[in-house]
Design a protein around this ligand. Structure first.
Ligand SMILES: [Zn+2]
Length: 107
C-alpha cells in the first residue's frame, strides 16, 4: 500500500467474509442465496522508519526504497483498497520496501 493517507503493510493472509444465511430451508440443503461477501487481506502494518537511506548533499537520491519497521499491528483491509505491490527485503540492517519498476507484471 502506498501514497497519501495510506499505510505500508505486509499481507499475512486473505480471508473471505460472508453473511450467514438464516433461512430455515438453507440449513437442510445447500444454500444458494445471494449473500453479501467481502474479501479482506489481513495485513501487518509497517511503519516508515525515521532513519532512511543516506542523503547526498541533503537530497534524497534513492526514491524507490523505503526503510520500514514492523509494528505488530494487524488490520483487515478490503482487497480492493490495496493500491499496489512492493517488494519487501529483509536484511541485517533492516527491512526495506522497493517499488517495482513494472507494477503490472505477474508471476
Ligand atoms: Zn440461504
Amino acid at each position: 500500500m502506498d501514497s497519501n493517507n495510506n499505510y505500508y503493510g505486509t499481507v499475512h493472509t486473505y480471508v473471505k467474509v460472508q453473511e450467514k444465511c438464516l433461512k430455515a430451508i438453507c440449513s437442510e440443503q445447500r444454500c444458494c442465496c445471494d449473500l453479501a461477501c467481502q474479501y479482506l487481506a489481513i495485513v501487518e502494518v509497517l511503519e516508515r522508519d525515521v532513519e532512511q537511506l543516506p542523503k547526498y548533499r541533503g537530497r534524497t537520491v534513492v526514491h524507490h526504497i523505503t526503510k520500514v519497521k514492523t509494528s505488530n499491528r494487524l488490520m483487515a483491509v478490503p482487497v480492493v483498497n490495496i493500491m499496489r505491490k512492493l517488494l519487501k527485503v529483509d536484511v541485517s540492517s533492516g527491512c526495506f520496501l522497493c517499488s517495482l519498476p513494472n507494477p503490472y507484471e505477474k508471476d
